[in-house]
Design a protein around this ligand. Structure first.
Ligand code: MN
Length: 321
C-alpha cells in the first residue's frame, strides 16, 4: 500500500507532545517602488497560504542602511477593510493619516491603524534613521466590522522575561500578558527575542493557528529549523508551541496567531473587500479623490495613483482546507 498523495506531508509519529507538522512559508522579494526601490520580503499572502487568523499580509524588511536604499517613502495611499500593524526593530517612521494623526513609529511600539470604511496614510522613514528594520502586517476585518470608522491606536508593551526569552505582546495574550488594544477577531501578535540556546514552551490558545516569522538568528518551531525571513505555520489544536534558538547569537522572531478567519476575502493593491465589483468601486473612488478616504496633510508630494485593475476578475482568497 502506498501513500497516493501528490505532496505527502511529513508526520511526527510517536511524539510525546502534541507537536504537529510545521509548514514553512518562504518569502519573496517585492520592491516597494521609488527611485532607489527599497524591497521587502513578503510571506503573506502566497499561493500556499493566504492568511493566518485574520493576518492577511506580512512584509518583513531590513536591516537596510537607508543611505543605500533611500529608506521608506510611501506616498499617501488608501486602505479598506483592514488594520495595518506597524512594528519596528530599528529606525523610525513618520506616519500621517486622513484621521489627522501624525505619529512616529518606533521600535517596540505597536501602531495599529484601522482603515475599515476607508483611510489613507503616508509612511516615511525619518532623518533619525540610519538602519530601517521591521515588519508591516495587515489584519483583515470580519464582515460585521469591515466598515469600521478610521482609528489609530498605539501601544508600547512592557517586555516580559521567560526561559531565556524577552517577549513583547502587542496584540492578544501570551505568557500571562494581555495587550489592551482591542481586536475585531481573536488575534495574537508578539515579538520574541531568544537568548542563545533558549528553549521555550509557550502556552497558546488551541483555537488559534500560528505563524512564527524569523527575523534574525536561528530558531526552531516544534523542531522545524527556520532561516531568517521564513514564516513557520502551525494549525489549530496544540496547547503549546516549542520554540528554541539553537544558535550562539540571539534570535528574534514575531509570533502571529488567530482563529481561522472563516471568510473569503478579495485583496487587491491596498484594498480588502468581498467582491471584484467592490474593489473596482474602491479603486474608482480613490482615483476620484472621494471623501471615503479623506486627505493626508503634510506629506511633501503627490498621492499614489492606483495601478490598473487586472483584466480578469479578482477572485476571493481563502486557505486550503
Ligand atoms: Mn499602507
Amino acid at each position: 500500500m502506498s501513500n497516493v498523495e501528490a505532496t505527502p506531508v511529513e508526520l511526527v509519529c510517536g511524539a510525546t507532545t502534541a507537536h504537529r507538522p510545521v509548514e514553512v512559508l518562504k518569502p519573496r522579494d517585492v520592491p516597494l517602488g521609488g527611485p532607489r526601490a527599497m524591497s521587502v520580503r513578503r510571506t503573506l499572502p502566497q499561493r500556499e497560504r493566504t492568511m493566518i487568523g485574520a493576518w492577511c499580509f506580512a512584509d518583513h524588511y531590513g536591516p537596510d542602511d537607508v543611505s543605500e536604499t533611500g529608506g521608506m517613502d510611501v506616498a499617501p495611499h488608501p486602505h479598506t477593510g483592514l488594520q495595518t500593524a506597524s512594528w519596528l526593530f530599528t529606525g523610525e517612521i513618520e506616519h500621517r493619516d486622513s484621521l489627522g494623526v501624525h505619529a512616529m513609529v518606533r521600535p517596540g511600539e505597536l501602531n495599529l491603524m484601522t482603515g475599515g470604511a476607508g483611510i489613507c496614510h503616508s509612511e516615511v522613514s525619518t532623518s533619525n534613521t540610519t538602519i530601517l528594520h521591521g515588519v508591516q502586517l495587515w489584519i483583515a476585518l470580519p464582515d460585521a466590522h469591515r466598515h469600521a470608522p478610521r482609528n489609530f491606536q498605539h501601544h508600547a508593551p512592557a517586555p516580559i522575561t521567560i526561559d531565556g526569552a524577552t517577549v513583547r505582546v502587542f496584540l492578544g495574550t501570551l505568557c500571562g500578558e494581555t495587550s489592551p488594544v482591542e481586536t475585531y477577531s481573536p488575534l495574537l501578535g508578539a515579538e520574541l527575542v531568544l537568548a542563545p540556546h533558549a528553549d521555550l514552551t509557550l502556552a497558546v490558545n488551541p483555537e488559534h493557528e500560528h505563524g512564527l516569522l524569523l527575523d534574525q538568528g536561528t530558531a526552531t518551531l516544534n523542531g522545524t529549523h527556520l532561516t531568517p525571513g521564513e514564516l513557520a505555520y502551525t494549525a489549530t489544536g496544540p496547547t503549546t508551541l516549542h520554540v528554541t534558538n539553537p544558535g550562539d547569537t540571539p534570535a528574534r522572531a514575531v509570533l502571529l496567531g488567530g482563529t481561522p478567519f472563516g471568510e473569503e476575502i478579495v485583496m487587491w493593491w491596498n484594498f480588502v473587500g468581498r467582491t471584484h465589483e467592490e474593489i473596482e468601486a474602491f479603486r474608482a473612488e480613490w482615483q476620484a479623490e472621494s471623501p471615503r478616504f479623506g486627505k493626508v496633510t503634510g506629506y511633501p508630494g503627490d498621492r499614489l495613483p492606483a495601478p490598473p485593475l487586472p483584466t480578469g476578475r479578482l477572485r476571493p482568497r481563502g486557505n486550503p482546507a
